[in-house]
Design a protein around this ligand. Structure first.
Ligand code: NAI
Length: 253
């Protein structure tokens, strides 16, 4: 008996990294899973490897495009027979100091993270409200509090925190819980790309981040997946509008 038996979950950007870790955990706990990713081929391969008892599909979706999101959600309702959980995890970085950042780099990051989370939530809300049940989980970041070279990313993540609280207020009366996780350093391709940009080896980059973290290690997708599973489960039904820092204590206030 799993916490997500009979539930259908969409996880965006889950072809790899944190999203793939969340998809694996949800499938292990009984959910039917749809992986929405711009990389359709890898989404299919990751879905096929999940190994849960329920169905898993990979769907090519660009979360920044409203028509693509609508088509993806329609396919889930048709093929998996429902929708109960949406995890807005898809993300990109286009880091640059302000004076070098292009308008395109700003738009791309805001569109994928912030507009994408809004479009997905909007596409799911009709089903959620009609059935008086739904879970929305957004991925923020410790970067929401500001990070050099990331005006676009920090603004997008801070925006996601405001979106999370507002969705909690609007949709709470209809049985929908909306929360966010703000991860610290989680070892994925995204952080590997940052190491390359900074001219550091991946090993040195991990060590520097582990040393700066109270628990003295970097995080892994499984750390986020465990928190995501709790927040999207019925055990957390009295929790909404919250931003949970899962960062090894990196940002304790
Ligand atoms: P990743 O780069 O490993 O994976 C991101 C996934 O999103 C990829 O599969 C990519 O194809 C997909 N994607 C990109 N643009 C898309 C679009 N327009 N539509 C659909 N899919 C798209 O990244 P990672 O590290 O797994 O990050 C996942 C989330 O966690 C992101 O929102 C990120 O900002 C957040 N996060 C990550 C941290 C880290 O240390 N890795 C720290 C804090 C937050």
């Amino acid at each position: 008996m799993g916490r997500f038996d009979g539930r259908v979950a969409v996880i965006t950007g889950a072809a790899q990294g944190i999203g793939a870790g969340i998809a694996r955990r949800f499938a292990e706990e009984g959910a039917a899973v749809a992986i929405f990713d711009i990389n359709e081929e890898q989404a299919g391969a990751t879905a096929a490897a999940l190994g849960g008892a329920a169905a898993a599909i990979g769907v090519g979706v660009n979360v920044a495009d409203g028509a693509s999101v609508e088509a993806g959600v329609a396919r889930v309702l048709e093929e998996l027979g429902g929708l109960h959980i949406v995890v807005n995890n898809a993300g990109i970085t286009r880091d640059n100091l302000l004076f070098k950042m292009s308008e395109q780099e700003w738009d791309q990051v805001i569109d994928v993270h912030l507009k994408g989370s809004w479009l997905m939530s909007k596409a799911a809300q009709k089903t959620f409200v009609d059935q008086k049940y739904g879970k929305i989980l957004n991925l923020s970041s410790i970067g929401a509090m500001g990070n050099r070279g990331q005006t676009n990313y920090s603004a997008a993540k801070a925006g996601i925190e405001g979106l999370t609280k507002t969705l909690a207020l609007e949709l709470g009366p209809f049985g929908v819980n909306t929360n966010a996780i703000a991860p610290g350093f989680i070892a994925t391709d995204m952080t590997d790309a940052t190491a390359v940009r900074l001219g550091l080896s991946i090993e040195d980059f991990h060590k520097a981040n582990a040393d700066a973290t109270p628990v003295r290690r970097v995080g892994h997708p499984e750390d986020i997946a465990a928190a995501a599973a709790f927040l999207c489960s019925d055990e957390a039904s009295y929790i909404t509008g919250q931003i949970l820092q899962v960062d090894g204590g990196f940002r304790i206030h």
